[in-house]
Each structure stands twice: as structure tokens, then as C-alpha cells.
Design a protein around this ligand. Structure first.
Ligand SMILES: Cc1cc2nc3c(=O)[nH]c(=O)nc-3n(C[C@H](O)[C@H](O)[C@H](O)COP(=O)(O)O)c2cc1C
Length: 210
């Protein structure tokens, strides 16, 4: 977390190709809430920064160990993801998982994590201890529809010593239809944004101080 006088930084990632879709609607709600709560929030579409799948890093890296895929992922990851105190991932449910955009975003981090990357120690340090949250939308509405994605983000959070502070699921299929979700997911997204850095979080281990 940042010092008390510096607004915390929240990066909101949209992992749908639709600019006016349900993930974008949920992202805008998180941003609205966050700004109302004094948080320095920014929305980015992964599609604007990522064109390629992860490759065989060992073959692909340049002589300095840097990723050779020149599509703007490095800028998004190094200049926006790593400095953020919190990350909100907004993804449609695609085939009961996250979208390809979201998955490839995580896959591409590997290049920066791997020991053969010159700055990997710093990357590993800076990726830790963020607050992370998940916003999903889908046509289907049964309670387990997004659990695969929830589980994946939980494992990511465990691995990176991050805190998975909340998940919102929205019902919608047509563009922006989530705004009419009777479950009130847009309002829930806005609340999540507002409370992003204050929402209570507790994940005990047997030796946690209590
Ligand atoms: C490739 C693809 C796969 C999808 N798979 C599912 C699915 O497994 N279950 C479901 O309920 N909806 C599925 N949908 C519908 C989307 O989850 C739904 O329309 C979502 O609200 C789209 O979000 P967006 O507007 O942010 O793109 C799929 C849509 C696409 C394009």
C-alpha cells in the first residue's frame, strides 16, 4: 500500500474485445466508485496492448533477456500493472473460463518473471502484495458459472502474496446488458471500487497473530 497522503493506485483491466460490452460497463462502475473514494483509478483494455501469445521464452528473448514481442504488453505490465496497489480484472466468461485476453496477459508475465530476465528479481518483488478483485459477466447465471475463474485468481493471489478481496458476477449477454442485471452487479462493482483499499480482508493461517 502507498503512504497515507498518496492516493492508492488501482488498475482496472478489461479483458473483452468489446468497447461497449459488459466487462467495460463493470470496469466503468469500478472506476466511478474508486474515484469517488479518492483512489487514483485507470481503465485499460488489454486488447490495446497485447497481440501475441506467449512464445518459447528461451528462444524468443533478446541478448539482454528481454521479451521480443513488441506489442505494448511490456508498457502495460511494467509501467501500469507493477506500480499499481490494486488490480481489478474485468473479464467475460468464455467457455467457463476467463477470456483469451485475460489468460494471455497472465501468461506473458512469465517472460518478466523468469530468472533469465535481467530485472526479474525486481519484478517478483513488485508483483507481490497487491489487492486483486474479479468482475465477470456471462449469459448463463447458475451460481458456479465463474468459479473456474475465481479459483484461478485465488491461486494467482496465493502465489503472489496478494489479497483477493472480492468477486462480482454480472448477468448479461448483449452489449451493456449487465446494466439491467436484476442482481445489481453494476452497483456492486461501484461499491467494490469505492471500498477497494478499505474492504476487510481476512485469510488466516494457524500461526497468524490474532
Ligand atoms: C467466445 C465466447 C464464449 C462464451 N462462453 C460463454 C460461456 O461459457 N457461458 C456463458 O454464460 N456465456 C458465454 N459467453 C457469453 C459472454 O460471457 C457474455 O456475452 C458476456 O456478457 C460478454 O461480455 P463482454 O460484453 O464484456 O464481452 C461467451 C461469449 C463468447 C464470445
Amino acid at each position: 500500500m502507498t503512504e497515507a497522503h498518496t492516493p492508492a493506485r488501482l488498475l482496472i483491466l478489461v479483458a473483452s474485445p468489446r468497447r461497449d460490452g459488459n466487462s467495460a460497463t463493470l470496469a466503468a462502475a469500478v472506476e466511478r466508485g474508486a474515484r469517488a473514494g479518492g483512489i487514483d483509478a485507470a481503465v485499460r483494455f488489454i486488447d490495446d496492448h497485447l497481440d501475441g501469445l506467449v512464445r518459447d521464452c528461451r528462444q524468443c528473448r533478446d541478448d539482454n533477456g528481454r521479451c521480443r514481442i513488441d506489442d505494448g504488453f511490456g508498457e502495460l505490465f511494467v509501467d501500469q500493472f507493477l506500480p499499481a496497489d490494486g488490480i481489478a480484472l474485468c473479464t467475460p466468461v468464455y467457455w467457463y473460463g476467463m477470456s483469451g485476453q485475460a489468460k494471455v496477459f497472465f501468461d506473458r508475465m512469465f517472460c518478466y518473471f523468469a530468472k533469465s530476465h535481467a530485472g526479474s528479481a525486481q519484478v517478483r518483488e513488485r508483483i507481490k502484495r497487491k489487492r486483486v478483485a474479479l468482475l465477470t459477466s456471462s449469459e448463463e447465471i447458475y451460481p458456479a458459472i465463474a468459479l473456474g475463474i475465481v479459483h484461478q485468481l485465488q491461486e494467482y493471489a496465493r502465489y503472489t502474496h496478494s489479497q483477493f478481496i472480492g468477486a462480482v458476477h454480472g448477468w448479461g449477454n448483449g452489449r451493456g446488458e449487465v446494466a439491467r442485471d436484476p442482481q445489481g452487479s453494476v452497483a456492486a462493482a461501484e461499491r467494490l471500487g469505492r471500498q477497494f483499499f478499505e474492504r476487510p480482508y481476512l485469510d488466516l493461517q494457524m500461526d497468524s497473530p490474532r
